[in-house]
Design a protein around this ligand. Structure first.
Ligand code: PMP
Length: 423
């Protein structure tokens, strides 16, 4: 694949032309939390608001027809992005969290009961843990986790034996870990889970932005992701599900839009996808998401993936070279552009604050993966996550800042010590 024209890509993102409050060029390495927006996304949303905004589906007037057409075009754009066979399988939600909760409250309540098992990875985001804990509280089912090995990896053998031991009804896993950066072999594990009789939910929040997705080839049952991590807006995400599964599931939220008829006695539900889209949907956000996935596809997900892997590998190697830095994640061949790390003797928040003073935006904390941090016996990590618009030069600035943070705090520590010894 040809390398990305990063300079051209960067010109598409207005925020990357700005400077930080301290006057530095912005080096945005917090993409695993949320990504920035290209002009085409901002323009698509702005044009809708300025020129043809209206509520969808209900009005027989020109604006409503234009909005409905754009909203349904976005559904088609997402279906294409996922290689889905039908737009009926694409449900717009508020995000990954809302999508997983929808599955837990509908498919979960319908299909799980006391003693049944939901199998997860220890690296799951809280969004793919808490809804299952809540389901366990409601039904008496159990949540089990697959642990990491000493190389921060989960082997096929570990998955096979967990499937064998627990006979789960559902295997729900993140296609890529938002903390470790690991990219898991989705298609292989899905086949293994199906062979063991489990339904599979793929949390693609950290996969959809970075590499091609093919729900048909992957033979997934459910797949979810968020708009704001694929250069789209917040407030929009996707629940993709196999049509026969979605058809059998009861609706989640009740209200306008999801019904066929309502009487004083009850209601009947609309067909897919409206059955799961109660109330006025995030219309403009969906239009923005449609523009975002089309933008990523125009650049090529495989090209983006290669670029991020190269950035991630450089950051990984550089971090491992700095004294006192521990990379919390596997070696580069197993991961994309995410690197979490600790700096000996310095809290992750202090690391981030220092990097911020150099214009480098990273995240610090548990990254909504507390069970993983607990298993690794670390309270907090700093996380640098790259995207299509980041450059090798930015990674250099980031690495220099991490090296400097260590020197800075070491000096401060020495000063403090010498003050103490004087007094
Ligand atoms: N799963 C993973 C792997 C994530 O990284 C995130 C966001 N950090 C989520 C789920 C939750 O996504 P959202 O907050 O957009 O619902």
């Amino acid at each position: 694949n040809p390398p990305l024209d990063v300079a051209k890509i960067r010109a598409d993102f207005p925020v990357l032309q700005t400077r930080t409050p301290s006057g530095q060029p912005l080096i945005y390495l917090d993409n695993a939390a949320s990504t920035q927006h290209p002009n085409c996304v901002l323009d698509a949303m702005n044009t809708c608001y300025r020129e043809y905004y209206s509520n969808v589906h209900r009005g027989i007037h020109a604006l409503s027809e234009a909005s409905t057409e754009a909203y349904e075009k976005a559904r088609q754009q997402v279906a294409d992005f996922l290689c889905a066979t039908s737009t009926h399988e694409v449900i717009f939600t508020a995000g990954t969290t809302a999508a997983i909760n929808t599955v837990a409250r509908t498919w979960g309540d319908q299909n799980l009961s006391a003693g049944d098992v939901i199998l997860l990875l220890i690296s799951e985001h809280h969004a793919n843990i808490v809804p299952w804990h809540q389901l366990a509280e409601r039904t008496g089912c159990k949540v089990e986790f697959i642990s990491l090995d000493d190389d921060y990896l989960i082997t096929d053998d570990a998955v096979a034996s967990a499937l064998q031991n627990h006979q789960p009804k559902l295997f729900a896993f993140g296609a890529a870990s938002n903390t470790l950066g690991t990219e898991y072999p989705v298609q292989r594990w899905t086949t293994m889970a199906h062979d063991a009789g489990a339904t599979v939910l793929i949390d693609a929040a950290q996969a959809a932005p970075h590499a091609p997705i093919d729900v048909t080839q992957w033979d997934a049952d459910f797949l979810v992701f968020s708009g704001h991590k694929v250069c789209g807006p917040t407030g929009i995400g996707v629940l993709w599900g196999r049509e026969d599964l979605l058809d059998q599931m009861p609706p989640f939220l009740g209200g306008g839009g999801m019904i066929q008829t309502v009487t004083t006695e009850g209601f009947t539900t609309h067909a897919l996808p409206e059955k799961f889209e109660a109330g006025t949907p995030p219309i403009v956000e969906a239009i923005g998401l449609g523009a975002a996935v089309e933008y990523l596809q125009s650049i090529g997900l495989e090209n983006i993936h290669q670029h991020e892997r190269a950035l991630g590998a450089k950051a990984d190697a550089g971090l491992r070279d700095i004294d006192g830095v521990r990379v919390i994640g596997p070696t580069p061949e197993h991961k994309g552009g995410i690197n979490s790390f600790t700096v000996e003797g310095i809290h992750a928040h202090d690391v981030s604050q220092f990097l911020d003073s150099r214009g480098v935006a990273v995240r610090a904390g548990h990254h909504c993966t507390m069970p993983l941090h607990h298993a690794l016996n670390v309270t907090a990590t700093s996380r640098a996550s790259c995207y299509l618009y980041n450059t090798m030069e930015e990674v250099d600035v980031f690495l220099q800042a991490v090296a400097d943070v260590r020197n800075r705090f070491a000096k401060r520590g020495r000063r403090r010590l010498s003050r103490k010894s004087r007094s």
